[in-house]
Write a protein that binds this ligand. Structure first.
Ligand code: PLP
Length: 427
């Protein structure tokens, strides 16, 4: 949390703009609008120009008021654009502010943007400043940051699934849950970890990158901070790096200005081009994510059915060792389970395929026409990654699959023909 030396803005002022602005539509309609409408209009209150599409502002600095009586430190209210007033782009800038307005509306909590998902995770750990972080597998980059923190201040990394480790947690420590998990796409029970965090006086933070809106609402579980790699679904087109922290609404009045102050000093802000791209991408978030998750489900169901048909009956059964996805967890079949409650709108567009051998997994991507062999996920184009390329700890038979917006039958046929070609070549 911000130390006493940092010149924190008066609590409330920044939050007021962030909360009231995006809320203005709900006030006008007397009800919350649909996610689809908010994706397109949540930032309208910022727009003071006739242009329908947002302008791209590259300025790093903004003229102060010409009236000397109006000069106040870190305050530069433009009377013509009260919600679009800025001082210096390491603090705030027009394009990123609009992106944050939409994020705030879609995530249901005041949100700040960062240069990348890892910049957001780093900012979160610096801010909460725990002595211990309990974290399971998940994205290896977050472990990398904890490793750096260990070198800097002795931060201890604990295993989320180890009772002896969990017993070491103390007040002020962090339980960090990634759900669904990278790279398997399997989900974790947020209510369970909230209870544990409450019992131990810990903060609960969630990396929800794999289940953006409308798939999951982590604040229903009183999560303290939700982070996303916005590079993935919020960006959605494999062309921008960004991260986001959304702050539990009842904590935001105090935490949001402090986090913003710390971001000003850490310097991990998004660039304006990325902010512009983020706004553009957010407009179609719901359309993309629903479609991607539905297509992934159809593919996973197809693969699981073929695999279940038996050892040698078809090319899938001959080649696939294991399929991992939240929909394959036993709780997915029980409509009263924590999993169905936590992910009522689909289990996400990423799953993992383990092939029978490392050789098969290494070679399949080069046999595919539609899936690009590349790391990352969340874009409109389907990706497949032999995960050993970027994660040295993962099983070498594992392929991570991220489904895009192509027709799912085409993706199915691509996978089948790829496996058949591998077989023809003796793999
Ligand atoms: C679950 C998860 N969290 C965080 C990150 C880091 O995000 P970024 O690459 O935007 O820094 C990633 C990146 O793949 C991720 O998959």
């Amino acid at each position: 949390m911000a130390s006493d030396e940092l010149p924190v803005r008066p609590a409330g002022s920044a939050v007021k703009a962030v909360v009231e602005g995006p809320n203005s539509l709900a006030v006008a309609f007397g009800r919350e609008l649909s996610m689809a409408s908010r994706s397109v209009h949540a930032d309208d209150y910022i727009n003071n120009h006739q242009a329908v599409a947002p302008p791209m502002h590259v300025s790093t600095t903004f003229r102060y008021n010409r009236d000397p009586e109006q000069l106040r430190p870190w305050d530069n209210l433009n009377p013509n654009a009260p919600y679009d007033s800025h001082v210096y782009s390491r603090d705030s800038a027009p394009n990123t502010t609009r992106f944050e307005a939409i994020l705030t509306s879609l995530l249901g909590a005041p949100s700040l943007s960062y240069a990348s998902g890892l910049a957001a995770f780093h900012a979160m750990i610096v801010f909460l400043n725990p002595k211990r972080v309990a974290i399971g597998g998940g994205y290896h980059g977050c472990h990398g940051i904890l490793h750096i923190m260990k070198r800097l201040n002795g931060l201890e990394q604990l295993e989320l699934e180890d009772d002896a480790d969990l017993a070491k947690l103390e007040k002020g420590d962090v339980i960090h849950v990634e759900t669904p998990l990278n790279p398997t796409g399997e989900a974790r029970d947020l209510a369970y970890y909230r209870k544990m965090a409450d019992e131990k006086g810990c903060y609960l933070t969630v990396d929800a990158t794999f289940a953006p809106p409308p798939l999951m609402e982590p604040f229903k579980y009183n999560v303290d901070i939700v982070m996303h790699s916005a590079t993935k679904y919020f960006g959605g087109h494999s062309d921008m790096l960004a991260g986001v922290l959304a702050i539990r609404p009842d904590r935001a009045e105090k935490w949001l200005p402090e986090l913003r102050e710390e971001r000003l000093h850490l310097g991990g802000v998004m660039g304006s081009l990325e902010g512009w791209l983020g706004v553009r991408s957010a407009r179609t978030l719901e359309l993309r994510v629903k479609r991607q998750s539905e297509s992934a489900q159809k593919l996973v169901d197809f693969l699981a059915e073929k695999k279940a048909a038996g050892d040698n009956s078809n090319i899938i059964a001959q080649s696939v060792f294991k399929i991992q996805h939240a929909s394959q967890q036993p709780e997915a079949k029980d409509e009263n389970s924590w999993l169905r409650k936590q992910m009522p709108n689909g289990f996400g567009p990423v799953f993992s395929l383990w092939l029978e051998s490392e050789e098969k997994a290494k070679r399949l991507p080069s046999k595919l026409q539609l899936f690009h062999h590349a790391t990352s996920l969340g874009g409109v184009e389907s990706l497949i990654e032999w995960r050993a390329m970027t994660d040295p700890k993962v099983d070498r038979r594992l392929l991570r699959v991220s489904i895009g917006v192509e027709g799912w039958e085409d993706l199915r046929d691509d996978l089948v023909q790829g496996l058949e070609r591998l077989k023809e070549e003796g793999f």
